[in-house]
Design a protein around this ligand. Structure first.
Ligand code: MN
Length: 273
């Protein structure tokens, strides 16, 4: 597709983990259409907190769907990661130059990144050699009107970041994780580049109940996060009214610990004789 100046527009895949009909996806799609040809392929159901799951033992379906604004999109029976792999593989006929995932309903801050299907979409993109951006904001407790306002402004932020990524690229196997405050966007104080902060879920409890046959079943989670609001972190920035943009790399090695680990007496562990 060409823009009004006859320039070829980039292709952006918009996907998510909340499901193809999530309002956050639509807000992102509508905003990114100002800078790109947007293709949409997202899961047919909510896959939140499924991280980087990949379907390997059953076939996947891709279906045309119509979004709430009447526009055409596609859904898949697969995971968020599957959606990215399918689109980058060319299932929609065009391969994306950039993958933008979201807008997730709820932040992905600190350790959330390791559970997030939203972030996993950007991970899958960068593994496949396509730059990836994850975008999250809002909460399910907010009014539809407040959420709509936040999602519109979050989409605008994501669009500006997307433009920069298209122009500048990103380092090898690196994605950007964007979170915006849940306050009125008029009160947002700016954008901070951040590192992953400290977020814990100390009030998560194991709840045991009984089914109608007397057998136990369990609920996990549901507790509120406890955040360390340190300067320079994603949790700190968002709590203080800033948009956070965190560069995340897929190399999880603790490089600073390698030298000490080498001094452990591991050399002969498990070696016979
Ligand atoms: Mn989600």
């Amino acid at each position: 597709m060409k823009d009004e100046n006859g320039e070829t527009m980039p292709t952006i895949l918009v996907t998510n983990d909340d499901g193809v009909y999530s309002p956050g996806l639509l807000a992102l799609k509508q905003q990114l259409e100002q800078i790109a040809e947007v293709i949409v392929l997202a899961p047919e159901r909510n896959w939140s907190a499924t991280s980087h799951s990949k379907t390997m033992h059953k076939p996947l379906r891709v279906q045309p769907v119509v979004l709430a604004d009447g526009s055409a999109a596609h859904s898949s029976s697969g995971s968020p990661t599957d959606c990215v792999a399918l689109a980058v593989g060319g299932v929609l006929g065009k391969k994306p130059d950039l993958v933008v995932s979201g807008i997730n309903l709820g932040h992905n801050l600190g350790i959330d990144v390791t559970y997030s299907g939203t972030v996993a979409c950007a991970m899958e993109a960068v593994i496949k050699g396509v730059p990836g951006i994850a975008v999250s904001s809002g909460s399910a407790e907010q009014s539809i009107a407040d959420l709509h306002t936040i999602q519109a402004q979050t989409a605008a932020v994501a669009c500006e970041v997307a433009l920069q990524v298209l122009q500048r690229g990103l380092p090898h196997r690196t994605l950007l994780n964007i979170n915006t405050p849940v306050t009125d966007p008029k009160e947002w104080r700016g954008v901070h580049s951040t590192r992953m902060g400290q977020r814990d879920y100390p009030s998560d409890e194991l709840i045991e109940r009984r089914d109608p046959y007397g057998r136990p079943y369990y609920w996990l989670g549901g507790g509120l996060p406890l955040d360390a609001l340190d300067d320079g972190t994603d949790v700190g920035a968002v709590a203080n009214g800033y948009v956070s943009v965190t560069p995340i790399m897929l190399d999880l090695t603790h490089h600073g610990f390698l030298a000490e680990l080498a001094t452990w007496e591991l050399a002969k562990v498990g070696i016979a004789g």
